[in-house]
Every structure is written in structure tokens, then in C-alpha cells.
Design a protein around this ligand. Structure first.
Ligand SMILES: Cc1cc2nc3c(=O)[nH]c(=O)nc-3n(C[C@H](O)[C@H](O)[C@H](O)COP(=O)(O)OP(=O)(O)OC[C@H]3O[C@@H](n4cnc5c(N)ncnc54)[C@H](O)[C@@H]3O)c2cc1C
Length: 412
């Protein structure tokens, strides 16, 4: 049976970072490290990130307000602030650029730039990559862990489990990492898709299909706002999408699929309701022959104006001159609270990240398992997920670096 000092299960962002940190920490010590990846190549999901541009991290990635799940993540994030993540990539030879909202990308805006440098960095440091190695079981054995796959068996003195969550299964992370962790004594908090479109009543959104509009979106339960996020909302055949909707989507799983949830859109967040009412009133007085949707055309995309008029007034054919003051109040109020029922979220295949996972309370501060010493866990497998904007990759790098460094320290 092949033997290695350290096996890293999963060649995604966190596994590659863990292997790199381990190889760096090993320095001149001869420590054999192997990355075991089920796909024919490592980093498949990394190539999909940021629409292929790879939003590596974010200037604000040290702030706990961008993360959800286990608060224990903060200590790990503090150990590797975004500047340190950037200097790791700089050391590998990657030039980066910062775009709006503190989002950091490879300067080339090409995900392969980051992945190829990571792969080369591992090669140069003597890390072996075994692709097509689909790990089916990990068992405690004399002297370490026995790792089995249809491609063969491996004995490792230490193991890092970096098999990802359940989001985007076509990339390789299909939730099997949770089963491997459970078999080694860990629990897994309920998991649900996050950063995913939110399903709503198709009758309401179908006429708006293809429309994009900036708004302040709120996830509401029983009429009360639970979370708010601003940005561009995209309307599709049966769902609301766009980054701000993605950021609200985890509320649905977090609140255990509530029946009376809704998403409320403030289509004019810059204007208080009264001001909007006055503006609509002025526009109506100056254009008395216009219908309500025609009036709204000066304020919103045409299709949105038609639907808003229907939503507020139950029909859009009234001429502006025929609109009573209370109609304008209703239009303004509907524009500030344009509500859509929440019918669920899309599933794992459309999700960017997994909410829930292995609790950090089952690990030491260095991400070593308290249930199974010698085993380390990192990445999306843990109960930590972030907002859009580079926060999830930042968690993958920071947790991978922590686990890799610690695993080798124990070996040395
Ligand atoms: C479309 C999309 C776009 C995204 N864009 C961004 C972005 O721009 N910025 C950002 O911060 N985050 C982004 N994310 C989220 C981010 O990519 C993930 O959170 C991050 O990749 C998680 O890293 P990981 O190493 O934990 O898991 P993964 O990257 O999923 O890696 C896990 C690896 O383990 C392998 N594996 C699984 N099981 C086994 C097994 N049994 N045996 C062997 N190998 C196994 C998988 O094949 C995979 O390669 C995006 C996600 C998606 C789906």
C-alpha cells in the first residue's frame, strides 16, 4: 500500500491552499504530501468562480459581518487577513487587481491564472497530485488513516479533509465530504443551498422576465424584515435573482422553509415614500393624458412600471389625470414595498455555497478534529459560509492554510 505523511482529500481551493501551506511549513524536512482529487484535474470549481474571473478575496474579508454559520470562524479569519492571502498569491507570481466593493481578482481576470500558479507552486514544492482518486472511505488505522478509493488504497499519517460542501455538484463537491466526516465521528448541522436564486410565484414574475433593476431587497417574515441587501435584482421565469437576492436566499433555509416569507423590493431606496409620492404627483399633473404605466415609464423599466401599476391599482389603464391622490399614494407605497412570495430556493445545482456543515466546536483552533486526532478539516465542509464578493474563497484559503500548517507542525 502506498504511504504518505500527509494526504489532502480534495483538490479545490481549500485543499490546494492546505497542501501549499503544508509544503511550505515542511521546509527542508522530507515530508511526503499528496492531494487526492476525484476529478481528472484539480480546481474545477475554482475555474467557475466569479463568472470565470475568480473573485479571490475581498478587502473586507476580515469582517465577521460577511460570514454566517459558526462564529468560531473569526479566529481562523483573523489569522489570515486578506493582505496575507494576497501576499501568498503574490509569492506564487500572481498580480491582482481590486474592483468595486473591495473585490480582488487576478489582474488577468482569468481564473486559470490563479489555478495554474497554485498547481505549479505545489509541483515545485514536491506535492504529488493523484487525480481520479475518488475517496470512498477513510478509516483510523495503525499509524494513521487508511484511505480507500476504486483507484487504490493509501496509508497517511495525517489527513486533511477538504472535500467541499454540496453546492454545484458538477464541480465534484457533491456532499460526500459530509459522509466521510460523519464516519470519522463528526456531526453535521443541517445543510441548505445559499447564494442561490429565490423561487416565487411565476404568474407574478413571468411578465418581468429579463428585467434588471437596482433595488433594496428585504427578506420578510410575518411582515417584518429579517435581512436586507441592496443591488441589481434580476427577474426570471419563476424566480428572483441577482447578487442581493443571493445574499437573502440563505434566510429561507436558516428559518426552516417558512410558509409566509416574502421578498420586498424598495425600487426607490434613495427617496422616502413622501418624496416619491410628490414626484409622482408632479409627473401626473404635468402629463394628464398618460396612463399609470406610461407615467411610471419615466421612473422604471417599462415592464416593471406595467406590473407595479397592476400590483398597486389592480390594473394599469387609468389615465394619469384620472388618478386620484390616493392612487398615487398607493403607487408610491407599492414601489417602496413591491412584494413577492417566497416559494423556496433553487437547489444545489444552482447554489454557489453550502450553509451548514461540520461545527467548529468539534475542532481545535488549528482545525484539528477533537473526535479523531490527526484529522484536519477545512473549507466549505465546515459550518461557515460568506456573502458574495470573494468571502467564500477567502474562507477556503484561510482555513486551508491553517489546517495545512498545523498538520505539518504536528508531523515535524
Ligand atoms: C459558480 C460558482 C461561482 C463562485 N464564485 C465565487 C467567487 O467568485 N468568489 C468566492 O469567494 N467564492 C465563489 N464561489 C464559492 C467558492 O468557489 C467555494 O466556496 C470554494 O471553492 C470552496 O472551496 P473548497 O475547497 O472547500 O471546496 P471545493 O472547491 O468544492 O473543492 C472540493 C474538492 O474536493 C473534491 N472531492 C470531493 N469529494 C471527494 C472525494 N470523495 N474524493 C476525492 N476528491 C473529492 C471535489 O472534486 C473538489 O475538487 C463560487 C461557487 C460557485 C459554484
Amino acid at each position: 500500500m502506498q504511504k504518505v505523511d500527509l494526504a489532502v482529500i480534495g483538490g479545490g481551493a481549500s485543499g490546494l491552499a492546505a497542501a501549499l501551506a503544508a509544503a511550505e511549513a515542511a521546509q527542508t524536512k522530507k515530508i511526503s504530501i499528496a492531494v487526492l482529487e476525484k476529478n481528472p484535474r484539480v480546481g474545477k470549481k475554482l475555474l467557475l468562480t466569479g463568472n470565470g474571473h475568480c473573485n479571490l478575496t475581498n478587502r473586507a474579508a476580515g469582517s465577521p459581518s460577511h460570514y454566517h454559520g459558526d462564529p468560531g470562524a473569526l479566529a481562523v479569519l483573523n489569522r489570515f487577513p486578506p493582505e496575507q492571502i494576497l501576499s501568498l498569491f503574490q509569492k506564487l507570481g500572481l498580480l491582482c487587481r481590486e474592483l468595486d466593493g473591495g473585490r480582488i481578482y487576478p489582474y488577468s481576470l482569468q481564473a486559470p491564472s490563479a489555478l495554474n500558479l497554485l498547481r505549479r507552486g505545489l509541483e515545485q514544492r514536491g506535492v504529488k497530485t493523484l487525480c481520479g482518486f475518488d475517496v470512498k472511505s477513510v478509516r483510523k488505522a495503525d499509524g494513521g488513516f487508511q484511505i480507500s478509493s476504486p483507484a487504490g488504497e493509501l496509508l497517511a499519517r495525517r489527513t486533511i479533509l477538504a472535500a467541499g460542501g454540496a453546492a454545484c455538484p458538477r464541480s465534484g463537491s457533491d456532499g460526500c465530504g459530509f459522509a466521510l466526516a460523519e464516519a470519522l465521528g463528526h456531526s453535521v448541522t443541517p445543510t441548505y443551498p445559499a447564494l442561490v436564486p429565490v423561487k416565487t410565484d411565476p404568474v407574478r414574475v413571468r411578465p418581468l422576465k429579463g428585467v434588471r433593476c437596482p433595488a433594496l431587497a428585504s427578506f420578510r417574515l410575518g411582515g417584518k424584515s429579517v435581512r436586507t441587501s441592496g443591488g441589481e435584482v434580476q427577474f426570471t421565469e419563476s424566480a428572483l435573482s441577482g447578487i442581493c437576492i443571493f445574499e437573502l436566499s440563505r434566510c429561507f433555509g436558516e428559518l426552516r422553509a417558512p410558509r409566509d416569507a416574502e421578498i420586498s423590493l424598495d425600487l426607490f431606496p434613495e427617496y422616502p415614500g413622501k418624496k416619491l409620492e410628490q414626484m409622482l404627483c408632479a409627473a401626473a399633473n404635468g402629463n394628464r393624458a398618460l396612463s399609470a404605466p406610461e407615467l411610471l415609464e419615466g421612473f422604471l423599466p417599462k415592464a416593471l412600471g406595467i406590473e407595479l401599476a397592476r400590483y398597486a391599482l389592480g390594473g394599469g389603464s387609468k389615465q394619469a389625470g384620472a388618478l386620484k391622490p390616493e392612487d398615487l399614494v398607493r403607487l408610491a407605497s407599492a414601489a417602496k414595498q413591491f412584494c413577492f412570495p417566497v416559494r423556496g430556493t433553487f437547489s444545489w445545482d444552482r447554489a454557489q455555497v453550502t450553509a451548514g456543515g461540520v461545527p467548529l466546536s468539534e475542532l481545535t483552533g488549528q482545525l484539528e478534529s477533537k473526535k479523531c486526532p490527526g484529522l484536519y478539516l477545512c473549507g466549505e465542509l465546515l459550518d461557515v459560509d460568506g456573502d458574495c464578493g470573494g468571502f467564500n474563497l477567502n474562507w477556503a484559503w484561510a482555513s486551508g492554510l491553517t489546517a495545512g500548517k498545523a498538520a505539518v507542525h504536528r508531523l515535524k
